[in-house]
Ligand binder design. Structure first.
Ligand code: G1P
Length: 285
């Protein structure tokens, strides 16, 4: 059965962007002319996802608004003869169907995913962590779904990281079946460099079976005192890791966001030339 649902945990406080995130969800910070989250939603849609489940929290309502129809705005633009803008406003609302569930306590990523259980039901689904943006010829979600279609099981995306950084990620180990495909037999959340079983880290894309929900309900708090998705994944009978191709940006911190902004700005069809000229100007200063 085709995988059509994606869960996007967006309840986080965005502490690395405070005080800005007192008023604006970090997921709506712009990369050129679109909010961060639209890049990952576009990736999901390009991979055949039709339904998004946002796991949200108080103060994050603007995210739903962004992907919703806006009849008054559309009517105002229409009356002013701004048809092109009407189309652009509608385009975003028509990307996918959206359901929102609230995570009422911040108990970790595993808990956030569990909150989506009623909206997902009994089918395989995708999890996307919106901080991780990847520019890839084949969207990473599609790369994972291809592995899933061929092999079944859970699939996570993997990236090699320097050993001194393993304590920031979920780390996977197991035999490599091909140059890019691992049959995972160990998963550890945020291991110290000396304890890490490999340097292949999970980047925020997962294909999961609905069976993960029952496991999450039984998963005790792990690293950082939080209910970890990695710990639940480690208890699934079959999981693969796919070393994805594409350029990855961690937009959860200001420098990573700036890097993504420069990447997309300098390639932008309308603003690219201006962005490259600006980069050249500031490069010497
Ligand atoms: C989460 C996951 C971790 C993964 C990371 C990817 O950690 O728990 O396994 O490697 O996302 O971005 P967080 O960044 O929420 O601490």
């Amino acid at each position: 059965m085709a995988v059509t649902k994606a869960v996007l945990p967006v309840a986080g406080l965005g502490t690395r962007f405070l005080p800005l995130t007192k008023a604006v969800p970090k997921e709506l910070l712009p990369i050129v002319d679109r909010p961060c989250i639209e890049y990952v939603v576009a990736e999901a849609v390009a991979a055949g996802i039709t339904d998004l489940v946002f796991v949200t929290a108080r103060g994050k309502g603007a995210i739903e608004d962004y992907f919703d129809r806006s009849p008054m705005l559309e009517a105002t633009l229409e009356a002013a003869g701004k048809g092109a803008l009407v189309a652009e406003v509608r385009r975003v609302a028509e990307l996918a169907r959206v359901v929102t569930v609230r995570q009422d306590q911040m108990r970790g990523l595993g808990h956030a995913v569990l909150c989506a259980a009623p909206a997902v039901g009994n089918e395989d689904f995708v999890v996307i962590l919106p901080d991780d943006i990847v520019d890839a010829e084949v969207p990473v979600v599609a790369q994972l779904l291809n592995v899933h279609a061929a092999r079944g099981g859970a699939v996570v995306s993997l990236k090699n990281v320097p050993r001194e950084r393993t304590n920031r990620y979920g780390i996977c180990a197991g035999p490599m079946l091909t140059e890019t495909l691992m049959r995972i037999d160990r998963m550890v959340e945020k291991p110290k460099p000396e304890d890490a079983p490999s340097t292949l880290s999970i980047v925020g894309r997962y294909v999961l079976p609905a069976a993960i929900f029952a496991i999450l309900r039984e998963t005790p708090p792990g690293a950082g005192g939080e209910i970890q998705l990695t710990d639940a994944l480690a208890r699934l009978p079959l999981a693969y890791g796919h070393v994805f191709s594409g350029q990855h940006f961690d937009t959860g911190n200001p420098v990573g966001l700036l890097e993504a902004q420069l990447h997309y700005a300098t390639r932008h069809p309308e603003y690219g030339a201006a962005a490259r000229a600006l980069c050249a100007r500031f490069a010497g200063s």
